[in-house]
Each structure stands twice: as structure tokens, then as C-alpha cells.
Design a protein around this ligand. Sequence first.
Ligand SMILES: Cc1ncc(COP(=O)(O)O)c(C=O)c1O
Length: 377
Amino acid sequence: MIPYGRQAIDESDIEAVIAALRSDWLTTGPRVNDFEDAMAAFTGTSHGVAVNSGTAALHCAMQAIGIEPGDEVIVPAMTFVATANCVCYQGGTPVIADVCRDTLLIDPQDVRRRITPRTKAIIAVDYAGQPADWDALRGIANEHGLILVADGCHALGATDKGRSVGTLADMTTFSFHPVKHITTCEGGMIVTNNSEWTESMRRFRNHGMTTDGRQREEGKGWQYDVPGPGYNYRLSDIQCALGISQLKRLPQWLAHRRMLAERYTEALNYVEGIEMLSVRSTVEHGWHLMVVRVDSTKAGLDRDHLFGGLRDHGIGANVHYRSLTLLGKFSSFARSCPVAEAASEEIITLPLHQGMSSEELSHVIHALKECCKGAVR
Ligand SMILES: Cc1ncc(COP(=O)(O)O)c(C=O)c1O
């Protein structure tokens, strides 16, 4: 099966992990700071906070900006459920906004319509690897005094007008799950220029404690306080060793992803009934996911039939995502998001990852053409 996304591990990663295993620190050691510094440098931000998942990163962000019961946070309908769940963890209410039809990025006009006196923040997702329209969102945030959080879990290495994902919002979260641009097995990071939030998140990931084990061991004494809430969201040194090693290869992986995306774009232009999502003119896309729309009106195709056909050809197609408004947890209180709901029935994710070869790409395109013929109702 050619998976839609997959990690790429080489000998240098394995050596880095072994070196960590042989060191004094398996967790909360020097590699955590090194990985945080490397991610801050890569994204052009001042601080990184390493945590043990992208979901934990989102939760830390919500806590740092003070989300509490009664607060509303606007999130896009087309995203992974963690983008909304993190608001619920703090007792807040996720308010779901629709997306633009051509990009499936959050629609700034719909965001504006969903603002109430209780709105405190907007989380936008750089869906599939493409930065959202942060300039429009910044305008709205400034008008209403809102905080902007980027769920950048798809978009490490993407840019808009030359500005990196990481610098476009007040705080940006990443995931290092194996299907993402780089992996630490499980893992996540928040980057920001805000020192106060950084300190707050460093405590929150470590039970709310004011010092961590290494600080206490390396001479600051045994004392600590717990001034507020916290969890165990720590990322280990072993995982950070892997992350540092992976990050070194990210530029070449991004170039490979962009090459694959270009070849997909050229080829899919000639497949009746398959429509690419638009790429905004100012962005350099990160191409985490190759999401295409199956246009059932034009060619009489059926997305689920196509999905099954691709699986029969050994292609691990997937669907990212069902609109949050269609999920049981949110459907009772969310207002409908017609664009995201329609897209939920039409989109399919094709394989695209750093280890994917040209031969595999040709196989996927060939199979897609075959299935499109076969999928006509
Ligand atoms: C947009 C988005 N946000 C958040 C997450 C959560 O990341 P993790 O799986 O590392 O908790 C993911 C992961 O799939 C994601 O795609």
C-alpha cells in the first residue's frame, strides 16, 4: 500500500536516538532546549515549547491565553477534531466557522459573522500545508481585540509573502506525528515571540511546577511551587534527538513535496472530474496533504467509490476531514457550515510524502485515471 503520508527515517536519525539513549538525560535534558531553539530558529520566532503531541500544544496555547468557561474561540469546520477539542479542555466553547470553497481555508467573512462579545480568540488552520489568509484575520483580530492562534500542524516550512508559518499568528502549534513533515513519533511544539506565554506553557507542560527536574538537579536547589494547573505534556530527550535530526532534512523534504505537488497538478489537470484546491498567489505551500475534490456533478463520479477503487490498486487514499459540524460532539450546538459540509462528501487525499518516489507517483496517477473511468455511475 502506498500510504498518504509516512515518516522517513535514516541512519543519522537512528544514531541521534542512540546517542540520546547513551546520555545522562532521557527526558527534560539538554536536547529539549536544543530542539526548541532549532524550531524557533527555523520558523523565525523567539521561543519554542516542546510538548508530547500537537494536541497538547493546542491545549497549552489555550491555557496560556487564558481560555476559561464562558469564552468562545472560533475554529474552522474543516480540520482535525483536536483544533476544537483544545477549547473544550479549558471549558470554553468552540464556535465553528465555514471555509472558502476553493482552498478549504477558514473564511474570514464567516469568522466575522460568528464573533460575539464572548469571543476571545481565533484558531485558524493552515489546511493541507497552505497558510490561511492571516492578513485578513489579523485585521479582524485587531478590530475586536482577539488573539490569533495558528494550528500549523500541516504547514511547517510554508510561507506567505515570504513570512514563515510561525510568525503569522500570535502563537503557532505544530505536530510531529509520523505523517507530518518531521516526526518525533508523537510530539508537538508551540512557537511564539511572547515570553510570558512561553513561561506559562513551560509550567503547564510540567504539572504547573515552577522548576523542572533538570533545573533542580543543575543547582537551583530543590524548591518549587505549583501556582496553577498543569499536566504531564513533556517530550523526552530521545524524541527531541529524533526531531533535531529530522529538522536538518526538512528543506530537502519540502523541495521534494513541492516537486511531487507540481507533477500531480500537471497530471490531474487532464483527469475529468478531479479538481485541485486553489493555491493562494502569495503563498509557498507546505504540501502536507494532496487533497483533491471529486466533482460528482461534472463527471458523475462518486468519492467513496473512487476511494475503494484506489485502495484496490494499493493506494492508501484517505479523507481529511469530515466537517466538525457533522460530528456528534459538535452537531447539537454548531451552526451549519454548508461549504465544509459539501466538501466532506467530495474530497479525497492522495499520497504525498518525502519518501514517495516518482514511480509511486506515476502509479497513483495511472490508478486514479483508471478508477475515474470505473467510478462513473
Ligand atoms: C490540523 C491538526 N491539528 C492538530 C493535530 C493533532 O496533532 P497530534 O496528533 O500530534 O496530537 C493534528 C494531527 O493530526 C492536525 O492535523
